[in-house]
Ligand binder design. Structure first.
Ligand SMILES: [Zn+2]
Length: 87
């Protein structure tokens, strides 16, 4: 993979998200999408196409139910946003 990764920021994460390769694939190039957390956003990104769909962490917090993050729901919504964006 080319060196197109964004710089990692320091400090505490607001969500337990680092950079996670997901089972979702980019509809354009077929590569696995990565989930990444930046300052105030959680993004599902393809580093090959340099595209991403982002939710603010404020919005992502709504996927916390009784202390558990509903990953599947969050991922599905992010992926839907990714597919809708610019295709
Ligand atoms: Zn792609």
């Amino acid at each position: 993979m080319a060196g197109a990764r964004p710089r990692r920021r320091g400090g505490r994460a607001a969500l337990p998200v680092a950079e996670v390769v997901t089972a979702y694939r980019c509809p354009r190039c077929g590569r696995p999408l990565e989930l990444a957390e930046w300052k105030h956003e959680v993004c599902l990104a393809c580093w090959a196409c340099l595209r991403a769909a982002c939710f603010t962490t404020f919005r992502a917090w709504r996927y916390f139910v009784r202390g558990e993050l509903r990953w599947r729901q969050l991922m599905e919504d992010l992926y839907r946003a990714y597919c809708l964006e610019g295709t």
